[in-house]
Write a protein that binds this ligand. Structure first.
Ligand code: AKG
Ligand code: FE2
Length: 361
């Protein structure tokens, strides 16, 4: 019996047939859907909402996006049930997102029936949309928190206090001003290691378009990060020097690893990140945190510091961040991902007994 049922290849054949008819006789989707075949009207051969949806999906495969949208529209008008309608909205949103029209895509998801829980796709769109909005926001919202001199993290900061501007409390995030000096920056950017890596190992992927290199011997900078954060630098990754050229960006990501329960106690996750800005960017290139609506504009000599994990050790999903594309100029940053394991006497006692379970919130 099952063998006799139509399969997806039947549907594909039918879609292809209709497609061929359309191009041969120059038919419009509305005419076909109404059963109007080149002047020969037969309403009983009109198409159902499901047919129109299938034809929309077939048109997407054939890269006929305008046609697909016309079919989706017809399908939406034919469906009555909100769950069926949402199927069409979802397919339409995916098509728009493929073309990077995130705002329009998101409007389709707004038709989601309340009974449906936000899917990963919806969450992804919300994040993409927030990223776009944050990257295009020209003005950085003023911090409601405070600026102060920090002279208490280590004995050294007593004699050389650090200029600190608080941006967020969850995750805790501060910008330090004038923490890396012009001579240090020149030294790093002119080092032969960095120059070589730029020509040799430019990293190009969907996730990140940049070039980077590790700086291993950076004792005084490691001490600087300890002065800024109070954290020990043992077990942390070496500094990573990153250069973004025109259009260079880093997609939304978390800095923590999400290790398994067995790996994490041995290797330690990244409790926090310090990102030094080694120059200004003419336009674009902000580091943005879409879940807390914060955009940090690169300023030469400054650094932003934030926590990736909660005090309990759980991942802080609000630390999601991205580097917006560089519109004009070039961007140089130096990243330090700080390991959690040597901080046992620095961080507050953990209240959560599930400490090493890397569960999402
Ligand atoms: O370049 C930036 O603004 C962000 C870099 C970053 O997120 C990282 O290195 O983990
Ligand atoms: Fe990052």
């Amino acid at each position: 019996m099952r063998k006799m049922l139509p399969t997806s290849s039947y549907l594909e054949h039918a879609c292809r047939g209709i497609h061929d008819l359309m191009s041969c006789y120059d038919l419009k989707p509305e005419e076909l859907a109404a059963g109007n075949l080149a002047g020969y009207s037969q309403p009983e051969t009109g198409l159902t909402a499901y047919d129109c949806l299938a034809l929309g999906e077939f048109s997407v495969q054939k890269r006929k996006d305008d046609l697909a949208e016309a079919w989706y529209n017809l399908s939406l008008n034919r469906f009555e049930n909100k769950f069926d309608k949402y199927r069409v909205h979802k397919a339409w949103a995916l098509l728009l997102a493929k073309n990077k029209q995130f705002t329009e895509a998101f409007h389709h998801f707004e038709n989601k029936p309340e009974e449906i829980v936000a899917s990963n796709e919806v969450i992804h769109f919300e994040e993409e949309l927030a990223t776009k909005q944050n990257c295009t926001a020209v003005v950085q919202k003023p911090s409601r928190l405070q600026c102060r001199y920090n002279s208490s993290t280590t004995p050294f900061t007593r004699i050389a206090p650090l200029k600190m501007e608080e941006l967020s409390l969850d995750p805790y995030m501060v910008v330090f001003h004038d923490v890396v000096y012009d001579t240090e920056i020149d030294g790093m950017l002119n080092s032969s290691n960095f120059g070589l890596s730029l020509t040799d190992s430019g990293q190009k992927s969907e996730v990140r378009t940049s070039k980077d290199s590790y700086i291993v011997d950076a004792k005084s900078l490691n001490e600087r990060v300890t002065d800024m954060t109070g954290f020990s630098m043992e077990m942390s990754d070496p500094f990573s020097l990153i250069n973004y050229g025109l259009g260079g960006h880093y997609m939304l990501h978390y800095d923590f690893h999400e290790y398994t329960n067995t790996t994490r106690p041995k290797q330690g996750d990244r409790i926090a990140t310090v990102l030094f800005y080694l120059g200004e960017v003419d336009s674009g290139g902000a580091t943005i945190f879409p879940k807390i609506n914060i955009a940090v504009t690169p300023k030469k000599g400054s650094a932003v510091f934030w926590y990736n994990l909660h005090n309990s050790g759980a991942m802080n999903l609000k630390s999601l961040h991205s580097a917006c594309p560089v519109i004009s100029g070039s961007k140089y940053v130096l990243t330090k991902w700080i390991n959690e394991l040597p901080q046992m006497f620095v961080t507050p006692c953990m209240k959560d007994s599930n400490l090493h379970l890397p569960q999402k919130e």
